[in-house]
Write a new protein. Sequence first.
Length: 397
Amino acid sequence: MRSASALALTGFSLIAVTYGMARFSWGLMLPAISADIPLSPQRAGLLSACSFVAYCLTILAAASLARRWGSRRAALLASLCAATGLLLLACASSALLLAIGLFIAGLSSGLASPALAAAVSQRISPARQPRINTLINAGTSGGIMLTVPVLAALPGGWRASCLLFALLALVSIWPIMRALPGEAAAADATRQPWHQQLFRRSMIRLIAIAFVSGLASAAWWSFGSALLRQHVGLEPATTRLLWLVAGGAGIIGVATGPVAARIGLNAVYRLSLSAMALPLLVIAFSHGNSAGLLIAVACCGAGYVTLSGVLLVWGAQATEEEPATGVGLLFFMLAVGQVAGSLLFGQGYAALGAVTTLVLFAASALLLLFFTPPEAADSEGKKTPHAAAEITLQRKR
């Protein structure tokens, strides 16, 4: 029990550092950075892409690194990349140095998730893995919640904040050394190469779900701030507050595992999709400040973090002999979907307007309600891998 709690808290902290601070803090810091280092909109867009490119490149290789080096070394590398990238950002005096810092910081998030999935697979019994994985995944919201007050209140502005975030990344090395397994997982002679695992029926369906989920989520995560200011007509201070609410609400993802144990992952999946889609409709037809907006943006954040937690669990189960591979593939497709969604939403926003585009993106999320992986049939009374593992453990006892 103690080792499981230590692993969960260590994973939560590492995800908070690598996702919340090293990756998502850029969007919050951009206005202040642009005031110190003049950036055109085009250059700012290219800089933002550096983190995404690093994430996509790394997450494809992270499963192999975790398998060969062990999850501890892969997680340590994630922590060091976060610290190095953030230190470069703190010292940057040009767009080139910003790009290098963002790229190195972006590597950390791609390394962290597969490494932690591998550690959970090695140390935690199958019946408890979904609960631990979803707790770890909620670290993204923990990191976002911390970045907002730090950036607002810390003397020294964004540079001092980057230094503090880098220090926290280095501090995470100590629990990583204590809680994560140092040895690599035993080699499995029956293990298929990752490209062959793509063609499993369950993985094909999951990859499609992850892509469309990422596409739908881009409406909020890429354009949420602009929509609240330009379409809804809110003041900048109110927009920042709602962004904090969205990030903080994602902490509800901690409850994904316990809730799934009661109602099933399939039901949690459908609830999280609804929580992502319905707020887009609220934003589409809102004008001026509204109490409904507070609930809407909270649902956006909670729905996305919960859905990513469900995908994490399903990915680990679909490739249970090498869970880091399944997690890496699905998180990669989630990120690819976000890029595609950002491009499509931008074009639709310009050509069709905010209302029509938001309705179309909400519809894409709602359509996923009718698609679930073959294994995720627990709501129809079939046994999921999670339930089967639990029954097996009970028999052993």
